[in-house]
Design a binder for this molecule. Structure first.
Ligand code: SF4
Ligand code: SF4
Length: 338
């Protein structure tokens, strides 16, 4: 596996990072074994968030005794100074550590949210203060709109950015990574499997590995999953494979949905998941998880075309900053059942 200097942060990070978001969903002993196995195998980056249920507590219990073995990244989705300060203190306590290596301002998708977090009484000031006090070493930002993140990081206020990068969402490669490289910032990609939709799994993991990022966070919950992820990172990606993966990402990402979540559907259709899986469904078919998702929402997909308030103008499309044809894509999804 590749290790690289983490931008100007100066820590040598493993290309595969441990995403701890789903650990609260498995028995504690399983989570503990997966985390320790990952560290034993040389994974040295762990990513969690204050908002991932009791994920931080699990980390505190399972790996705080070997704190020097890993770079610890967590997040606060609070926007105000007071709430973020309290949350940072709670994160330290839950993770049984004196220092968070990287505190990310979490899930910033709207310009208004960015302004709130960066205001005088905003979350960023709490992060900066914690940094001065030695409780936080570096500050990062996460979000789902690569072109906005590219603009925000030019403020010079962040050391790292976390963004989507997978075969179905390759947009950061064009809209964000060049800006991060220019600023010598930490580049961390998340959701390589887009929540379990993407296949073949090995190809899906190798696409972000082929790109110029430092760490790829993969959500893992068992020793077996750690092994499977590690296998995909064994060999470096050669030029021919990279070109093949980029061509595939161009094809599977042609829906253009960034998962910004600006759109909502009154009858509960999870539009971003339909958008992002649309090309995959056509090219490779769906994995059991994807099939389960389509079966679960089948009736809603069929209702979309007849939903009266959307007849003249689809309500969802009014919200999309990229002007995407979501109603057409949702209505095409009924073809999966024919
Ligand atoms: S067009 Fe379909 S997906 Fe869009 S808001 Fe209306 S019912 Fe929902
Ligand atoms: S369809 Fe448009 S508004 Fe909805 S998540 Fe995708 S990019 Fe955002």
């Amino acid at each position: 596996m590749r290790y690289r200097e983490f931008g100007a942060i100066g820590y040598r990070v493993s290309a595969l990072g441990f995403g701890a978001m789903n650990l609260p969903g498995v028995p504690y002993e399983q989570a503990e074994a997966a985390l320790n196995y990952a560290l034993d195998q040389g994974i040295n980056y762990i990513d969690t968030a204050a908002g991932y249920r009791n994920s931080e507590e699990i980390l505190g219990q399972a790996v705080s005794h070997r704190r020097k073995d890993f770079f610890l990244a967590t997040k606060t989705a609070q926007r105000s100074y007071d709430a973020a300060k309290a949350e940072i203190e709670r994160s330290l306590e839950r993770m049984k550590t004196d220092t968070i290596d990287l505190l990310q301002i979490h899930y910033v998708n709207y310009p208004q949210e960015y302004q709130s977090a960066m205001a005088e009484d905003g979350a960023y000031r709490a992060a900066e203060e914690a940094k001065r006090q030695g409780m936080v070493r570096h500050i990062g930002i996460t979000g789902h709109r690569p072109e906005l993140l590219a603009k925000w990081v030019r403020s010079g206020k962040f050391d790292q950015t976390l963004f989507h990068l997978n075969l179905g969402q390759p947009f950061a490669a064009r809209d964000l990574i060049p800006a991060l490289k220019e600023m010598n910032m930490g580049r961390v990609a998340m959701k390589p499997l887009s929540g379990g939709f993407f296949q073949p799994v090995e190809k899906a993991l190798r696409y972000p590995y082929s790109q110029d990022v430092h760490v790829i966070i993969s959500g893992m919950v068992s020793v077996e999953e750690v092994r499977m992820n590690l296998a995909a990172f064994e060999q470096e990606v050669e030029e021919a494979e990279r070109l093949e993966l980029e061509a595939l990402a161009g094809q599977l990402g042609a829906h253009d949905c960034r998962r910004c979540n600006y759109c909502t559907c009154p009858i509960g259709i999870p539009i971003p998941d339909v958008m992002i899986s649309s090309r995959l469904r056509e090219v490779y078919g769906l994995l059991p998880k994807g099939d389960g998702f389509y079966q679960k929402h089948k009736d809603k997909f069929f209702s979309c075309a007849d939903y009266e308030p959307c007849r003249e103008k689809p309500l969802c499309e009014e919200k999309c900053p990229y002007h995407l044809p979501m109603a057409t894509v949702v209505r095409d999804a009924v073809g999966y059942f024919k």
